[in-house]
Design a binder for this molecule. Structure first.
Ligand code: NAD
Ligand code: LMR
Length: 326
């Protein structure tokens, strides 16, 4: 049996937490051979509800779950953790953009960044889900300067999964036929799902779906507005699909990416594709299971460049809005 890894989840008593924890404990994230110790972090008022979640985790008798720490103390919560999944924060309500949450949620990530830097294991990797996730990740990263910038991630996998399904439904094929659908930029209504470089059954998506107007007028807005559509329908933001995307992202990062494919995650820009260095921007990524890199040489036409710049500009604006937290 391998040594257990410690996985912190903030907002563990929330909606996403309720879907996510059971999948981590079952082995869906790190595989059937990897035991885990869960560090569940909540704010004080949510501790009674968290206790209920702990009881339910215990009641599953998961073979891979080797311990649970449930706490409102950030130092105890992040002590020796190998992964920190930062979910805890307020979700938006109908009519809001995700960046409207910056003034409420942004400050959470200064304290968490500091506590991770002070307590986590040397190999810690941090994945931010709480919105606006790219800029919250930027805040946490800038408050934890001792942790290398390649360990920080923000979630755009839900957008990728949404986009994949829209293409598959339109083409009348299985989702497994759709590959290389990369999300560029911010997890917001400016994100750019790059259909030009996506493949369906090995062919360019634009050759399979010969309907340029559909891509521009239906596909892109559907993906960009999917979170809002779910809030309207459910009265609550996406949770099970978000938890699923957390599992997918971490699994993609800790396993080698199949040859010829890629996945989307927000990472600290190194200036690739002319994107401002230091922004947390979603790129097409490949991993060898330990290290990741941005896929180079993706063809960028004029339309794509315009969309990539628009979402970059939004991230620059968000960065300026939180300048005092960085
Ligand atoms: P929720 O309100 O159900 O749960 C959030 C939990 O976080 C609550 O239990 C709350 O007590 C806890 N919390 C608040 N502040 C905290 C803090 N400082 N430390 C620890 N815990 C804290 O919300 P949810 O539906 O689980 O969503 C959580 C976040 O994830 C929201 O910001 C939402 O917008 C975001 N989200 C992101 C994506 C994405 O694709 N990036 C997808 C879905 C949701
Ligand atoms: C989503 O994409 O579903 C989440 O980011 C929640 C939201 O506010 O849209």
């Amino acid at each position: 049996m391998k040594t257990p890894i410690r996985v912190a989840v903030t907002g563990a008593a929330g909606q996403i937490g309720y879907s996510l924890l059971f999948r981590i404990a079952s082995g869906a994230m790190f595989g059937p051979e990897q035991p885990v110790i869960l560090h569940l972090i909540e704010i004080e008022p949510a501790l009674p509800a968290l206790n209920g979640v702990v009881m339910e985790l215990q009641d599953c008798a998961f073979p891979l779950l080797k311990g649970i720490v449930a706490t409102a103390d950030l130092n105890a919560g992040f002590k020796d953790v190998n992964w920190a999944l930062l979910v805890g924060s307020v979700p938006r309500k109908q009519g809001m953009e995700r960046k409207d949450l910056l003034s409420i949620n942004g400050k959470i990530f200064t304290g968490q960044g500091k506590a991770i830097a002070a307590n986590a294991a040397k190999d810690v990797r941090i994945f931010v889900v709480g919105n606006p996730c790219n800029t919250n990740c930027l805040i946490a990263m800038n408050n934890a300067k001792s942790i290398p910038s390649d360990r920080w991630f923000a979630m755009t996998m839900l957008d990728q999964n949404r986009a994949v399904t829209q293409l598959a439904m339109k083409a009348g094929v299985d989702t497994t036929e759709v590959k290389n659908l990369a999300i560029w930029g911010n997890h917001s209504s400016t994100m750019y799902p790059d259909y030009f470089n996506a493949k369906i059954g090995g062919k360019p998506a634009t050759e399979v779906i010969k309907h340029e107007i559909w891509f521009k007028d239906t596909f892109i807005p559907t993906v960009q507005q999917r979170g809002a559509a779910i809030i309207k329908a459910r009265g609550l933001s996406s949770a099970a699909s978000a938890a699923n995307a957390v599992v997918d992202t971490v699994r993609n990062l800790v396993n080698p990416t199949p040859a010829g494919t890629c996945f989307s995650v927000g990472v600290c820009s190194d200036g690739s594709y002319g994107i401002e260095k230091g922004l947390i921007y979603s790129f097409p990524i490949v991993s060898d299971g330990k290290n990741w890199k941005i896929v180079q040489g993706v063809e960028i036409n004029e339309f794509s460049r315009e969309k990539m710049t628009a979402t970059e500009n939004e991230l620059k604006e968000e960065k300026a809005m939180v300048a005092e937290l960085l």
